[in-house]
Design a protein around this ligand. Sequence first.
Ligand SMILES: Nc1nc2c(ncn2[C@@H]2O[C@H](COP(=O)(O)OP(=O)(O)OP(=O)(O)O)[C@@H](O)[C@H]2O)c(=O)[nH]1
Ligand SMILES: [Mg+2]
Ligand SMILES: [Zn+2]
Length: 378
Amino acid sequence: MSKKPRRSKTRTQFKKNYQARQRHSDLTQKFEQDDLDDAAFASRERVSGKGDLTRHRTVVGQPAEETGDGLSVDMQIDDPTAQTGRVLRVHGLECVVRQDDGREYRCAIRQVLKSISTDQRHVVAAGDIVVFRPEGTRQGIILSVKARRGVLSRTSRGRRHVLVSNVDLVIIVASAALPDLKPHLIDRFLVTAEQASLEPIIVINKADLVEPVEFMPLVGVYAQLGYQTLLTSAERGWGIEQLRQLTQQRQTVVTGQSGVGKSSLLNGTQDGLGLRVQPVSTDNSKGKHTTTTAELIPLEAGGYIIDTPGIRQLELWDIASEEIASLFRDIRPYVSHCRFPDCTHIHEVDCAVRDAVADGRIDPRRYDSYVHFIEDPS
Ligand SMILES: Nc1nc2c(ncn2[C@@H]2O[C@H](COP(=O)(O)OP(=O)(O)OP(=O)(O)O)[C@@H](O)[C@H]2O)c(=O)[nH]1
Ligand SMILES: [Mg+2]
Ligand SMILES: [Zn+2]
């Protein structure tokens, strides 16, 4: 079974919210002063060490219906020249919009859109489907933003910063070695994907460095939960074809610790993609944060991938600790059978979750991840 909790549930929650607010105030002021754009934001993140990185928490928003999306700017447009496209990236006040046929336009944002949206830092985010009016062959004005789904966002002093919208799939990349496999990190990403109702796929890369059979029990646990899991090697080309097929015609976010081989895998799926790859630094095996801008990359086979540091650390946004158990697929079925309706499944008597762990119906390692999460959700 598991170790004892170090902190109570209430303290955990309080600590998290408190930190979140503190973390963002300095940064937000900085934005207001200098009107820094996303690229600058990303590079600030890049130069910081691991401790600093967690300061920029990437969080996942709730589905649009629940939040009202904070963006009711899907306006009726009566302009016969208007076109529809997808935002590849945002640079300050300018966005690059791509049409299905591959034509790209640099677009400004219509003034009225900016005044409507008040609760987020940018009106338009990467991944948005927008209606725009072309001006010439290369430029245009964004008139309207379609309702979003599959949103990843983070908070910035109480305001939402949507990093990317309309995500279909989240690929959670871990590495079998260098850096070492951290199953509890996979579980964290899974919980995040569950909260945002995004389909996750687990990839364990660098299989060339280990005996793949060692990982079978772990893969088995995830498979039983219905999570597709692939063992890959960007180095040897293992699993690349499956990745190519999985990402086809979809908008995929690739996430995972630095240095696990996200960029290497993506480069493998398409010639000429050319994402930057950097050796894992020898001092701590953690890798450098090589990827810097939040950007959709069109795939030849159709679809888009997003490989960005801004969403490397997917974290939860405003999650109540009672909710966490229900985001673990294997724990969820038991929670309603505990004696206490507010059971934390850690120390209570007559806890159906702990009973299930004791007799092997829940994998003890997964339960450990849950306990970790309750103790330290940030
Ligand atoms: N042996 C082995 N090395 C790999 C594999 N995939 C990637 N690497 C190496 O791991 C290092 C990091 O790879 P990247 O693709 O830059 O990792 P990343 O996840 O994109 O890292 P960030 O951009 O920092 O988040 C590079 O030196 C790669 O050559 C693999 O399958 N096997
Ligand atoms: Mg990378
Ligand atoms: Zn319980």
